[in-house]
Ligand binder design. Structure first.
Ligand code: PEP
Length: 252
C-alpha cells in the first residue's frame, strides 16, 4: 500500500543556523507517523539534519547525487557518501538541475542506477515546460522522462522509487496546475507504469505533485485520487506554512 508523503526541497536556502532552527521546529510538530515527512537540506547540512532527526519520524534526503560512484570528480558527492551520513533518500532530476546544470534524461538514468544500487531511495522529479503543454505535447514529454530514466530498472527497484510530477511552469511561479490537470497527469503516469511493470507496481508507487503548493491550495490538490502527497519548495522554508500544508493531507 502506498504511503502519503510530504517532501520539502530547501534548495540553496538556509544557513546552518536557519536549518537547525527549522529542524527543531519540525521535530516539535509531532506530525502523524502515518505520514512520511522527508526534508532535503543542502549537502553541508545532511549530517547535522540526520543526527537531529535520528529518533524522530522526520526523514532526510539529499537534493542530488553524482552519477559516479567515486574518483576524480571534484565537487561531486556520491550515493555512498550521503548514505554514510545516515541519509537514505535523494531527490533526482529536479527541473532546476535539468535547466541550469544540463541534466538530461540519460544522465538521470545513470544517477538513478547509482542511487538504487547503493540502496538509496529516489524521489524522481519530472514535468513538462509551458510550451509543451500549450502544444499538447505534455504527455509525450512526461512519458519520455519516465521511460529513459527509469524503465531500465527492474521490478524490485520500484520499492525505491517515489515520483514527483512537477510541471516546470508551476515551480516557484505562484501558478499551480489545477487539481483536474494534476489528476489527469497522475493517472497517465500510473497507466504508463502499469503498461510496463503491471498494475501492482503502478498501484503501489507514490506520486507526488510539486509546483507552488501553498496552504490555500494544498487540500484540493491532495484530495485527488492519484495524488499521494507533495514536494514543497518555497513554502517549506516557513514552519507555519509547511505545517498547514502537512495538515491538508488526509490519511485513510
Ligand atoms: C520545487 O522546487 O520542487 C517546488 C515545488 O517549488 P515551489 O513549491 O516553490 O513551487
Amino acid at each position: 500500500m502506498r504511503k502519503k508523503i510530504i517532501a520539502a526541497n530547501w534548495k540553496m536556502n538556509n544557513t546552518k543556523e536557519d536549518a537547525l532552527k527549522l529542524l527543531v521546529d519540525l521535530v516539535n510538530q509531532n506530525y502523524s507517523p502515518e505520514l512520511r515527512i522527508i526534508i532535503a537540506p543542502a549537502f553541508t547540512q545532511l549530517a547535522m539534519a540526520a543526527e537531529k532527526t535520528k529518533l524522530t519520524n522526520i526523514e532526510i534526503a539529499a537534493q542530488n547525487i553524482s552519477s559516479e560512484s567515486k574518483g576524480a570528480y571534484t565537487g561531486e558527492v556520491s550515493a555512498a557518501m550521503i548514505k554514510s551520513e545516515g541519509v537514505r533518500t535523494t531527490i533526482l532530476g529536479h527541473s532546476e538541475r535539468r535547466a541550469l546544470f544540463n541534466e538530461t534524461n540519460d544522465t538521470l538514468k545513470l544517477k538513478v542506477r547509482s542511487a538504487i544500487s547503493e540502496g538509496l531511495e529516489v524521489i524522481y522529479c519530472f514535468g513538462e515546460e509551458l510550451n509543451d503543454r500549450k502544444l499538447g505535447n505534455h504527455f509525450n514529454v512526461v512519458k519520455t522522462q519516465l521511460k529513459t530514466a527509469l524503465f531500465n530498472e527492474n521490478n524490485e527497484s520500484w520499492n525505491k522509487i517515489i515520483l514527483a510530477y512537477e510541471p516546470i511552469w508551476a515551480i516557484g511561479t505562484g501558478e499551480n496546475a489545477s487539481p483536474e490537470q494534476i489528476q489527469e497527469m497522475h493517472m497517465f503516469i500510473r497507466d504508463t507504469i502499469s503498461e510496463k511493470y503491471g498494475e501492482l507496481i503502478a498501484k503501489n508507487v507514490s506520486i507526488l505533485y510539486g509546483g507552488s503548493i501553498k496552504p490555500n491550495n494544498a487540500k484540493d490538490i491532495f484530495s485527488e485520487d492519484d495524488v499521494d502527497g507533495g514536494l514543497i519548495g518555497g513554502a517549506s522554508l516557513n514552519i507555519d506554512d509547511f505545517s498547514l500544508i502537512v495538515n491538508c493531507i488526509q490519511i485513510e
